[in-house]
Design a protein around this ligand. Structure first.
Ligand SMILES: [Zn+2]
Length: 477
């Protein structure tokens, strides 16, 4: 028994399962949404989501498509149709598919099944008359320019608005916050993740509604996009029991700092070290988004990762951290994460010269060298110099570097460069980027959250670790 207990403790230590400490709080002056008030700061406590809140009355307007010339869609169930505030039909069962085009600056809706035609100047809104009603839209793009880019038909509950914006079609989904979150959580995180990690993600997704609405897209007919610039939302197709349960069991809970919704940032896997937000976005440094190891304090052994030698040793190793799932319960279910924890991307010299020419507009000639000039605290490349026979270019900022050195972008800015052997021309035949992690590395490391959940941590503790000094608060009832 003693041996078993000792083994358990040893496994917990090896898996990085020791408690995290809390960082000191600093006031955040910016109130992001004035209309939505949250609890005033109190002593830290774990909030149990027992009481229902008036969340059901909150709706969000999500941009699904824009600048389209033609859209195909179909409806399932009964709908009412409104245009510019006037009801056209109620409880209509729509057969077949619809095609929308723009003719003489009007939206032209043609039913491919019965030949019905609706000609509208401004907007047409499909309003569901049944809980089960939904609209299925063809060729919705997701993740443009990223590794997960795809185009497919997607289904949406809630109101679907087709709006004529300057002779092109914009599609907006106005949907209740719960239904929206049911669609966001499985779009942003694997439903195979442990429940406490999913609950942490659900709280962040809900927080994002309150921290982002009203900030961006002020001149658009929507307040959130359906991509990574707000958070990924793909309608109802990915909705599943576990992610919806995570939304339900955290109903009304958001993450706050000094009573305000936080910048609820997250990423796939940090690779073992979280980055400070100001390094990535050149913004003010938020006190709850500082660089630190993705593991309990005091256990990091590689020193200052902004120093090249330390960084290379760390990137070449497979260090213990919450997001290293080796030996953890989630290791098999989330095996896709392994290829992001440590990775390698190789380009031939010719290919990289072409990428740099198209991404920077500079013809560098033959590539002689690629060197990381400076790094952030987590080792993120924040300035890279590419030297060629004709020209040299310096590329700055983490995402910009990832995008300009590879298509699709490098998984993260945590990389160093290995030049291949010189070919006949005397220049490197290929260039290898050796890296760690996937995403910007700021806020919650999703795979790290899974590792913490495997160690028995609750979602409140996961959020406290990744956003030190914040608290889980209930929305006003
Ligand atoms: Zn991590």
């Amino acid at each position: 028994m003693k041996f078993l207990y000792a083994s358990f403790i040893l496994i917990m230590i090896l898996a990085g399962c020791t408690p995290a400490t809390q960082e000191k709080s600093v006031p955040l002056t910016e109130r992001i949404i004035s209309e939505m008030s949250v609890d005033s700061p109190k002593k830290e406590k774990i909030v149990e989501p027992e009481k229902p809140v008036a969340e059901k009355n909150i709706t969000v307007r999500v941009g699904i498509m824009e600048n389209e010339s033609e859209i195909l869609f179909s409806c399932s169930g009964l709908f009412s149709l409104k245009s510019n505030g006037k009801t056209i039909f109620t409880k209509k069962k729509s057969q077949g598919s619809w095609k929308i085009t723009v003719h003489n600056n009007n939206l032209l809706f043609e039913n491919t099944d019965n030949g019905e035609v609706i000609n509208i100047a401004g907007e047409l809104v499909f309003i569901p008359d049944q809980i089960s009603s939904f609209v299925r839209i063809g060729k919705v793009q997701s993740g443009k320019g990223w590794h997960w880019e795809d185009v497919k038909s997607r289904s949406y509950k809630g109101n679907i608005e087709f709006i004529n914006v300057g002779g092109k079609i914009t599609v907006v989904n106005e949907v209740g916050i719960e239904q929206y979150l049911y669609g966001v959580v499985p779009s942003e995180m694997s439903s195979q993740s442990p429940m406490e990690a999913l609950k942490a993600q659900a709280v962040l997704a809900r927080t994002n509604v309150f921290s982002k609405v009203g900030k961006k897209y002020k001149n658009k007919p929507y307040s959130l996009s359906s991509d990574v610039y707000s958070q990924v939302y793909t309608g109802i197709d990915k909705v599943n029991e576990s992610t919806s349960r995570a939304v339900d069991e955290t109903r009304g809970l958001i993450l706050t700092y000094n009573g305000k919704p936080v910048e609820a940032l997250f990423h796939s896997v940090c690779g073992g070290y979280l980055e400070s937000n100001d390094v990535i976005w050149s913004s003010i440094q938020l006190p709850y988004l500082k660089a630190k190891p993705c593991m309990p304090d005091g256990e990091f052994k590689y020193g200052d990762l902004s120093k090249e030698n330390n960084f290379r040793k760390w990137a070449d190793s497979y260090p213990d951290s919450y997001c290293n799932l080796q030996g953890k319960v989630s290791g098999d279910k989330l095996s896709f994460a392994r290829k992001y924890f440590r990775w390698e991307t190789k380009h031939t010299r010719k290919k990289l010269e072409g990428i740099i020419k198209s991404s920077t507009g500079t013809d560098i000639g033959d590539l002689k060298d690629v060197a990381v000039v400076s790094r952030g605290p987590s080792g993120k490349a924040i300035s890279v110099k590419v030297t060629g026979t004709k020209n040299s270019v310096t590329i700055n900022k983490e995402l910009n570097i990832r995008q300009k050195l590879s298509k699709p972008p490098l998984y993260s800015g945590n990389f160093y460069v290995k030049l291949g052997k010189k070919d006949k021309s005397g220049y490197p035949s290929d260039i290898v980027f050796k890296g760690a992690g996937f995403g910007h590395g700021t806020g919650m490391c999703q795979i790290g959250a899974c590792g913490m959940a495997d160690c028995g941590k609750k979602f409140q503790e996961i959020l406290e670790f990744y956003f030190p000094g914040t608290r889980v608060s209930e929305l006003d009832k």
